[in-house]
Design a protein around this ligand. Sequence first.
Ligand code: GSH
Length: 211
Amino acid sequence: MKLYIYEHCPFCARVRYIAGRLGVALDIEVLAYHDEATPVRLVGKKIVPILQLDDGRLMTESLEIIEMLIKLHFQAPAELTPSSAVLAWQRNALPLLQKIGYPRWHHLALKEFAAAQSRTSWQARKETSELNFLALIANTTSIVGELEVLLEQTIALLSDADSQQPLALLDNAIIYSILRGYACEPSISWPPALHRWLKQSAQLSCVPLVV
Ligand SMILES: N[C@@H](CCC(=O)N[C@@H](CS)C(=O)NCC(=O)O)C(=O)O
């Protein structure tokens, strides 16, 4: 199976986390961020993740891909709605991910941003008056302060049972795929237990932090 991704993308990272934790080998291809032709040819729009199955079928919804991987592994129908606590956490975490990640990720050594054209395309697509990159960088202290409150609440959501239980695996995938994207901002003070979990999850899933 082949998975088309951007390295920064949290929806791609949740699929990669599940595949990594379950030992499913995926052939990963990182698309250049400005490459519209490839995803449009495959699925009709510029979107990742895209999973191409060995029989050629294509899937684009991260939760559907995860459901398929979990069903294959556990050989059973999977409960695939993330827990309500994690969905509530995600609603707060995603806007902060944009505020931290959008003005920073395209300056990192991520494969999708190797070309100058990809970095320009990112800024053109993602920068808005509300998410003005220079203003976000200038507001780092207050954004990080808000994030640190969220991080304090995160540890209670983590589950130890995650390689045995589909729901715990899915919840942890969602949490890890967002947390890893904050790692590009060095001034964040991580609760020590959460930082340990983050590093352990990176190792266990083989999905690196976004740094
Ligand atoms: N509902 C989709 C959302 C996927 C999504 O929003 N992907 C973003 C990347 S994080 C994307 O491809 N955006 C187009 C772009 O940035 O050009 C899923 O869960 O897979």
